[in-house]
Design a protein around this ligand. Structure first.
Ligand SMILES: Cc1ncc(COP(=O)(O)O)c(C=O)c1O
Length: 383
């Protein structure tokens, strides 16, 4: 008997669907495992809700559906024991927008924004685009876990440091920051009067059964007061092309500053994005659980394989469908190009401030993943 109710195994042809991920290698035999979307269809409930909305045939200016704030609040309470008020929500077309708005909403020109590297590239570009300086604190690998060094972090902070951009769970190193680690950051933020912008786009994708996502704002009301939390259904339910995300900001002046920084520049969320978000949060939980089980098995397969591939290693991926693979012992000069030539399209670690690493997206059918791993093995064995 199939242990899954939902089908994650069937390979769906994404060619000719204007997929950013697949079109990069159009006409070439390269398996795309770079940009962070998955090759699975979205939950049936999402697809049905979109059909119904499209059938209505009217697509005028819109606002969040009435039930959406309530549904989101219920999910945050159920999954993270986090109680929020509806008016704390600010809807956004995406999280990258949210990161950029947060950098503009906090502090003044030339103030400093701190983040941990390697990291999703917009964490490094948003401060500079907002005319802030960027401080990078490198994560270090200790006993199969990426961690920050508390002393180094403390030293990096100056009187001009105003904002901490946190990625939790962290892309690309796959950590789910623990309660103790978050409490350490919260204490630091209070002591140095830092604001926090916490990108939690991967919160629904915790793979380890003994770990859970904790929004840093849920630690205490004092921490929430200095935090802009960004979340979205986009990664979890595979709807990033529908552009619907939100910020949770409990502090009224901070929320006002955030809205002011959005100005009339940030566009509205589109009708179908809201429809999909409502269906995903309202009716997607069973699908999400099965997705996480499928991704966990993909991760385990990948970890076993990488362990036996010459010159490669990776730390345990606690969350996300992204693996951060260290190639520095392989002797390969440009690993992204090397694997591309071997027929596997990975993200170049250099873009994340991680020279010598590649990021592999395992949000795909097991068959495709196995095929990519076979190609990688053949190429590495020939080195
Ligand atoms: C940590 C993180 N934040 C934001 C994004 C993108 O968010 P959006 O498409 O909503 O701008 C990604 C996509 O990979 C991500 O990994």
């Amino acid at each position: 008997m199939n242990e899954y109710h939902f089908d994650f195994d069937t390979i769906i042809d994404r060619k000719h669907s204007a997929s950013e991920k697949w079109d990069r290698y159009q006409g070439r035999d390269i398996i795309p495992m770079w940009v962070a979307d998955m090759d699975f269809r979205s939950p049936p409930a999402v697809i049905e809700a979109l059909h119904a909305r499209v059938s209505h045939g009217l697509f005028g200016y819109t606002h969040p559906p009435e039930e959406l704030a309530e549904v989101v609040s219920a999910v945050l309470r159920r999954d993270y024991d986090w109680k929020i008020e509806s008016e704390w929500l600010v809807w956004l077309p995406g999280l990258v927008t949210g990161l950029n708005v947060a950098c503009r909403a906090v502090g003044d020109l030339d103030d400093e924004v701190l983040t941990f590297t390697p990291v999703y590239p917009p964490f490094m570009s948003a401060p500079l685009l907002s005319q802030r300086s960027l401080i990078k604190v490198p994560l270090q690998l200790h006993a199969d876990r990426w961690v920050w060094d508390p002393g180094e972090l403390e030293q990096a902070i100056t009187p001009r440091t105003r904002l901490l951009l946190l990625c939790n769970p962290h892309n690309p190193v796959g950590r789910v920051w623990s309660e103790a680690e978050l409490a350490q950051l919260a204490e630091l933020a209070e002591r140095h009067d830092l604001m926090i912008c916490s990108d939690e786009i991967h919160a629904g994708l915790v793979l380890d059964t003994d770990k859970r996502h904790i929004p840093i704002a849920a630690l205490a009301p004092e921490i929430a007061r200095r935090t802009i939390t960004l979340q979205a259904p986009s990664k979890t339910f595979n709807i990033p092309g529908l552009g619907c995300a939100f910020a949770v900001i409990s502090d009224h002046p901070l929320r006002r500053a955030f809205r002011k920084a959005m100005g009339r520049i940030v566009p509205h969320v589109n009708t179908l994005g809201y429809t999909a978000a409502l269906a995903a949060y309202g009716h997607g939980e069973q699908w999400r659980r099965e997705l996480v089980a499928y991704l966990r098995a993909n991760r385990d397969l990948l970890a076993r394989e990488v362990e036996s591939l010459p010159g490669l290693s990776m730390a345990h991926v606690e969350a996300t469908y992204l693996a951060w693979i260290d190639t520095r012992n392989s002797g390969i000069e440009n690993p992204a190009r090397f694997f591309e030539q071997a027929g596997v399209g990975l993200s170049d670690g250099a873009d994340f401030d991680g020279q010598g690493f590649v990021r592999l997206n395992f949000g795909c059918s097991r068959q495709l993943l196995s095929g990519a791993l076979r190609r990688m093995r053949i190429a590495l064995t020939a080195v």
